[in-house]
Design a protein. Structure first.
Length: 245
């Protein structure tokens, strides 16, 4: 009988119902996977592919969080084999484990800590891993993750500094972003939208819609007049909106 694919195992595990296991057994299961994940990320941080390889299923699919690209086991190991200097530090918490037969669905939060020059940068993601049990060993078969948005640190700007940004900006033909005052704050409302996003200032020219998500950076000419803005999105898109007369 052919071995089920990872996708099939994932669907079966998510769709199936299983009797709850005793609290103590569940706690032991969570602790076992916590240790497994800690070891896995330690091996990744130190480019130790020899230690990592036996814990990966042959048909592993690892989805890269930054761009959604799917890589195979060999591609993943090749990437891990390139040491990162300095080595990142990974931490996992908030584990939830659901086991159904020889499949385990493991959800957790991951903290990535990296030194960037003199800065200590931390990014947070939610990860969902599918493990399959083969000869009493749990092998990672699929990994996916989603970035968690960290609220910005706003700066305080007076109304005179903010006033030049009030105006209408053309995102595309017939689609306009109206930047105006509401309750003492700048709010951007796009065509057809009933409610807008509060523009939270993070510098004298950069704003974060509602304090999270894509950053808006206004552009000026040599005389200081606002010409439009540039907005980058997590999926890599960049939108330029010219200010209308």
């Amino acid at each position: 009988m052919p071995r089920p694919t990872v996708a099939a195992l994932s669907v079966l595990a998510l769709a199936a119902s299983a009797s709850p296991i005793p609290a103590r057994a569940q706690a032991e299961l969570v602790d076992a996977f916590r240790q497994l994940l800690v070891a896995q990320y330690r091996d990744i941080a130190h480019a130790d592919t020899a230690a990592l390889r036996p814990h990966l299923a042959d048909d592993l699919v690892w989805v890269i969080g930054a761009n959604g690209k799917e890589v195979t086991k060999s591609q993943f190991l090749a990437a891990v084999s390139q040491p990162q200097m300095p080595a990142p530090r990974f931490e996992v918490d908030s584990l939830h484990v659901k086991r159904i037969g020889d499949v385990a669905i493991v959800a957790y939060r991951r903290s990535d800590r990296r030194a960037v020059g003199a800065l200590d940068v931390t990014t947070l993601t939610r990860a969902l891993d599918v493990f399959v049990q083969v000869r009493r060993n749990w092998l990672l078969a699929r990994h996916t993750q989603a970035w968690l948005v960290t609220p910005v640190a706003p700066v305080s700007l007076d109304s005179a500094t903010l006033q030049p940004f009030v105006g209408r900006y053309e995102i595309g033909p017939g689609f306009v972003d109206d930047v105006h005052w509401e309750g003492g704050q700048l709010v951007a409302t796009a065509s057809g939208q009933a409610a807008g996003a509060t523009l939270v200032p993070v510098s004298t020219t950069a704003f974060s819609p509602d304090g999270v998500g894509a950053l808006i950076i206004f552009e000026r000419d040599t005389m200081g007049r606002v010409l439009g803005y540039v907005q980058g999105y997590p999926d890599g898109r960049v939108v330029r909106a010219a200010r209308l007369p």
